[in-house]
Each structure stands twice: as C-alpha cells, then as structure tokens.
Ligand binder design. Structure first.
Ligand code: GDP
Ligand code: K
Ligand code: MG
Length: 298
C-alpha cells in the first residue's frame, strides 16, 4: 500500500529584505521569486511548491507587514493578512539580531491570535557568530511563543534541509494540490514582468524610489518555436524618471533589457527577443485602475 502523503500551506512572514524570497528559491532549488537589496520587491503573493516523497509543501511568500503609506501599501498589508488565514504553518523569518522594532511587535501581536503552529526562523546566520544567534532567539522568545525555532542561512542553504524536515513533521495528511513538477502557480507573464522589474531596480539603485511597475504588452512564441517575442513597458511616475530609466543614448534601458532577457531565457529555456518601452503614469500607485491594470489584485 502506498504511504499517505502530507500537504499544506506555509506562510512566510517577516520584514522586507529578511530573505523570504531567497529562502523559497533555495528550498525549491530554482529562481522564482525575485530578490533584491531593496525592500518590498515582492508585491503579490507568490506560491512556491516543493514536492518530494513525503508530500507537498506550498510556500506563500508575502509582502512584509508594515505601515501602509498609500493604496499599494494597504493592498500589500491585506495580502499578508489573508495569507495568515490560509496557512497550516506560519514561518516568521527574522534577522540574526536582538533588535525588535515596531514592525516585529506588530507581527508578534498578529501571531498570538493564530491557532496554527508558528516557527521562528533566524536567517542570515552566515553573517554573525553563534552567540548572536542564541541571543536573537532569546529575545524573540520574550515576545512570542514558537512551536519550533530553526537557524538557517537561506543564501548558503545551511540548515534548510532541517527546516524542510520540520515542516513535514507539522503538515497534516492531505491531497497533492499541484503536479509534482510544478514549482510555482505564477503565470509566466507575471514572472517575466517581475524579472524585468528586478533588473530595473538593481540597475537604477537608489535613483528611483518604488514608483515603477512593469507590464507585459505582448508575449508570443514564434510558430516555429525558435524565439519568444516579448514587448514590455516600464511604468514610472515622472518624466524625469523616464529620462533616468532610458539613460544616455538609451544605455540604461538597454542594460536592463539584456539583464532581464538572460533571466527570462533561462526560465523559458528558449531564445527571447525583448523590446522594452518606458511610460509615464502619474500617481499610478494611488489609482485603483492602474493597480488592476498592473495585476495587483486577486
Ligand atoms: P525578502 O524581501 O524578504 O524577500 O528578501 P530577499 O530574499 O529579497 O533578500 C534580501 C537580500 O538579503 C538579498 O540581497 C539576499 O541575497 C540577502 N540574503 C537573503 N538570505 C541571506 C542569507 O542567508 N545570508 C546573507 N548573507 N544574505 C541573505
Ligand atoms: K527584497
Ligand atoms: Mg521578497
């Protein structure tokens, strides 16, 4: 008789830049969620699916819980809270420090209302001494109760196997929600858009705040299957930003495009012909219409 499988949803929460996307990518062994040094890279909820002989773990990456500054901010907080309610396990990722800020207090408050198991995951242990990790755990134990505490380095995949073992110990028996070779439920278009946005954020450094979005206008495979033609627009809030994104003689846009093209080619495993445009849309972050247009909705 075949052994019964386990399955369920694991919500990843934690302040921006703590390494949620990095951890997910390393758990499933490939790049799906984009990562960067800038906070708030992840806007929508991204599901990542890990399957092995034990069953299926579906990870829900969320935007950090933080004070909403505009409509987009409010939306992100709502997504984060919704994720909690769907979870079989909540994993709280933290930096390996004893600093507990207002954001952490907020998360702790939310976690106290949950009935499901909560894990504390201390990430980036490659950057500090063992004692610092122990101190960190002690500090967090004073503000919340945890069913499990695991120290990892998502970047170097240290202890991530232990984390998976722990996850499977807690998951209930259940059905496989996805095919065994599915790694994400994000449509290719959306992943391609996120990859372009990541490259733009990297290249633009601090020059442009979070006021950019990316839309895919066209994504079409040539009939002979040789090339994927993609047309995409980078949307910014100001004319002056447009100039920066395009760069001298188009150099910045070209660099963003070739960075993104390489990643998209890796993902699709085929040649990509990428055309990038830049558009100005004032106040898109406060506009419901544009948010829908950009895919920030269910
Ligand atoms: P998110 O905002 O929580 O999704 O964070 P990201 O996954 O985008 O990571 C933010 C930054 O932290 C990136 O530059 C990562 O490379 C880095 N990072 C993530 N995990 C680790 C880790 O275990 N060790 C170190 N040294 N850096 C990490
Ligand atoms: K980030
Ligand atoms: Mg992220």
């Amino acid at each position: 008789m075949e052994k019964q499988k386990k399955s369920g949803f694991i919500a990843l929460v934690g302040r921006p830049n703590v390494g949620k996307s990095t951890l997910m990518n390393h758990l499933i062994g490939q790049k799906i969620a984009i990562t960067s040094r800038k906070p708030q890279t992840t806007r929508n909820q991204i599901r990542t699916v890990y399957t092995d002989e034990r069953g299926q773990a579906v990870f829900l990456d969320t935007p950090g819980i933080h004070k909403a500054q505009n409509r987009l901010g409010t939306y992100m907080v709502e997504v984060a809270q919704k994720t909690f309610s769907q979870a079989d396990i909540v994993m709280w990722l933290v930096e390996p420090t004893t600093f507990i800020g207002r954001g952490e207090q907020e998360i702790a408050k939310k976690l106290r209302q949950l009935k499901c198991p909560v894990f504390l995951i201390v990430n980036k242990t490659d950057t500090v001494k063992k004692e610092a990790v122990a101190e960190c755990i002690k500090a967090y134990r004073q503000i919340a109760d945890f069913n499990e505490v695991v120290a990892v380095s998502a970047l170097r995949s240290v202890n991530t196997d232990t984390l998976l073992d722990t996850v499977f110990r807690y998951l209930p028996y259940g059905p496989m929600y996805y095919d065994e070779d599915t790694v994400t439920d994000q449509p290719m278009r959306q992943i391609a858009a996120e990859m372009i946005r990541e490259k733009a954020l990297r290249r633009l450094q601090e020059e442009i705040p979070h006021g950019i979005a990316v839309t895919i206008e066209q994504m079409k495979e040539r009939p002979d299957g040789s090339v994927m033609d993609i047309e995409a627009s980078i949307i910014c809030e100001r004319e002056s930003h447009k100039g920066i994104i395009i760069g001298k003689g188009g150099s910045m846009l070209k660099a963003i495009g070739s960075d993104a093209r390489r990643d998209i080619e890796d993902m699709l495993e085929m040649k990509v012909n990428l055309k990038l445009f830049v558009k100005v849309r004032k106040d898109w972050r406060d506009s419901d219409l544009y948010m829908k247009n950009f895919g920030y909705h269910e």
